[in-house]
Design a protein. Sequence first.
Lengths: 467, 562
Amino acid sequence: MDISYIFVICLMALCSSGNSLSQVEGKQKSGRGRGSMWWGIAKVGEPNNITPIMYMDPAIHSTLRRKQRRLVRDNPGVLGALVKGANLAISECQHQFRNRRWNCSTRNFSRGKNLFGKIVDRGCRETSFIYAITSAAVTHSIARACSEGTIESCTCDYSHQSRSPQANHQAGSVAGVRDWEWGGCSDNIGFGFKFSREFVDTGERGRNLREKMNLHNNEAGRAHVQAEMRQECKCHGMSGSCTVKTCWMRLANFRVIGDNLKARFDGATRVQITNSVRATNALAGVSPNAASSNSVGSNGLIIPQSVVYGEEEERMLNDHMPDILLENSHPISKIHHPNMPSPNSLPQAGQRGGRNGRRQGRKHNRYHFQLNPHNPEHKPPGSKDLVYLETSPSFCEKNLRHGILGTHGRQCNETSLGVDGCGLMCCGRGYRRDEVVVVERCACTFHWCCEVKCKLCRTKKVIYTCL
Amino acid sequence: MSGTILENLSGRKLSILVASLLVCQVLCFLLGGLYAPLPAGHVTVLGSLCREDHGRQNDTGFLLYSRGAGACIPVTRDEVERDSMKMANELVHVFQMPLPRDLRDLDYSRWQQNLIGVLQVEFGYDSSSELREPPRELQLTIDMRLAYRNKGDPDNGWKLYAHGVEHRYLDCVTSHVGPTETIYSCDMIPLFELGALHHSFYLLNLRFPLDTPRQTNLQFGHMHDLTLTAIHQNGGFTQIWLLLKTVLFPFVVGIMIWFWRRVHLLQRSPALLEYMLIYLGAALTFLNLPLEYLSLVFEMPYMLLLSDIRQGIFYAMLLSFWLVFAGEHMLIQDSPNKSTIRSRYWKHLSAVVVGCISLFVFDICERGVQLRNPFYSIWTTPLGAKVAMTFIVLAGVSAAIYFLFLCYMIWKVFRNIGDKRTSLPSMSQARRLHYEGLIYRFKFLMLATLVCAALTVAGFVMGQMAEGQWDWNENVQIQPTSAFLTGVYGMWNIYIFALLILYAPSHKQWPTMHHSDETTQSNENIVASAASEEIEFSHLPSDSNPSEISSLTSFTRKVAFD
């Protein structure tokens, strides 16, 4: 006991000296947080769409973190849904930003590079949108795939019949079948949320402000999916009367979620970089347990577990159970490295050593933080708001160092006065007018069964392109 | 003459009976609330898109499925968009139920009884097209094929269950307006109703034939998501429900035999109210009969219709009973003859008959036709919906008339009792106590009826308002809808059980009582003396009227003559 205690202290001291150094390095290398590499799987299945993608694929190995690979391995069929989800996010992002200088362009995916380019390294508005839309798309697409029956591991949530005698005695999947017979299964949407939290947020520990920003925006994306769910009910009692009514949740079209997120993008909140590290440290020292973070900062907004299914996370995280037990059996270590001292504080000495503590802290605490608006007169961000740290670049000129492609060669709208208008889009460089002839099928006639006849129509279109 | 048990039962015995029945009632409620799951479960299936050859479209034996060996490879929406013809007339929407969960293929169990499918449609129009307003009553033509497969069959062993080309009308709202496309999401449309969930797996293939000469589906833009929600009764609920029925059935049958033997022991033919009680008991027994056990072995698609009819007969009988009950206690005997349904109540009951017949016709039009074609629904066509609505409005109007009339009759009974009560102080002590007790118990039963009705309504309203479950505390959860269903079912059983007991003829024969010592103040003697006094007072032919069910009636009638 004593020896291990001394050992822990030594380890702590070692790490604290090394930690500050590695943090600086880390910041220079990528300030984006670590949970963004998985976006690359959007391009994984591209060359051959027909053969099912395997989780052993080397491309997957390079994109996904260990925990993400484990999730993919344990949930057959989930990879296809993730690829679909990532592509859905990209196409939706490109749809929403088709009229802006930054048009959500993706680059050819190569190993170790980020799919959306270096813009992600900056904590600007565009980045916040990328995080939110990808997290929302994963939630949406997993829930959809469950409903399509392509993921076999979607849970049949028994919480509503946990009292049935069958659920208690038999173990494993036999009980699952009994439960299905006894009380049916829940909607699939819950699984989508749980999985999205597990998968998307895995790299974000919420230790620095950028990671908090990513976590907040990921949560915001999911909150938008949840907010757009609609309840539908059907009466089927005696003669179709409403003595018996069944209700279920219906997912909205992803385009609607994209619209809402775009509106939040326009009203995104800039949050403060400098947080009072000292104050939170002091507080953390007094009460190092996770609950203390809720009392920090009276004017800040405490982000609640905005996703309803949050409490069920425990079940999926059960592989962390030994850590918690270990933590509880060594109360002394708690004092020396306060686990998750405060989510608001920047990374500090001693955290590396307290691996157990950090894990526990992440579990209870990762989503419990508040962000203060940059302008104190602004409202603190709500759970559905997007947050960012830095102002966006102008995106006018090509700048490969920052991953900006510029607006050269983009199409614009001559008559518009908005951002899609040629004046703003081309940053005053001027534009070119072209006439093109588009050939389309039109005036089709159908015969059931089985004939379709169409004419070819030629239409002239005028296209304006930025110089 | 003899009275009923209700009048002769001592207060203590009555309270014990009521208390034990209340305990049974609470048990019924708790059985549903604590043990039963939600009455119905659902599976939400998103349609997979499959492409098929032109040649096979009219071959109804050809079925596409999305899981298992030989399943079709689904096409994505992007592939459809890229196709120059948008794969018109080549796409099949495939729904395979139930969905796999927890790494297992689930299958339907016969305990799950029935399957109701509703479809939610989402589609988009190019924003360039002229349609701007959300479409109303847009006609959709669907070619539907429902197939089944049993456990142990090969993955491609689907057998066609039903095939139909049906029209549905869509009401839609705009969910997204974009520069290229406007997306509409539509109210759900009923798709099919199966009265028997006999097989393990079901498969639905939907096609939307585009046809220029017949003008079908031409106004549609691009189909987006099609979501099928298949609702089934939960197996656990069926088990609890059948348990309740199986337990209640012998009790009600037993009490009916007991009741009828008692009536036949009397030296007179049964009175109208006794007939009504035995009919009511018979209707309840028919409802209690656990026929659902048979559906575990045989395919019985008519179960939905049958259960509607069984409930209908029971409610019709209950409503008629109330009317006759109130009428028989009207306390004004205008004809000395034995009253029958035909002689006295046909006018009163016409509202019940009209209401029940219109509901029956509606049910035959809906669920009766579904026996032949599970895709049929009377609500899907505007004309059919109007016809159905007419029947329902007719039933509603007759229900309103019935209740107004019933209230009027009950009000009259109470007024008569109130009037006659004023003459109570002039009676002897023993007689007054006895009659006050009678009135009290009569009112008690009226109150019980009112409480039962009010509880039914309140439970119904609460079941509608409360979504999901109530958490009592962390480990006790209450299912309000199941508790409502089992509670109400048990309540009407207990109510009729109590009626059969309390309105059975008493075995305490008045003539033998008459010879006992009249000076003792025991309950029986008070009753006896009251009865003897009554006979003394009355010189009316109606007193020997065999239709008298209770001495209350005779009492009030006599007072009216005084």
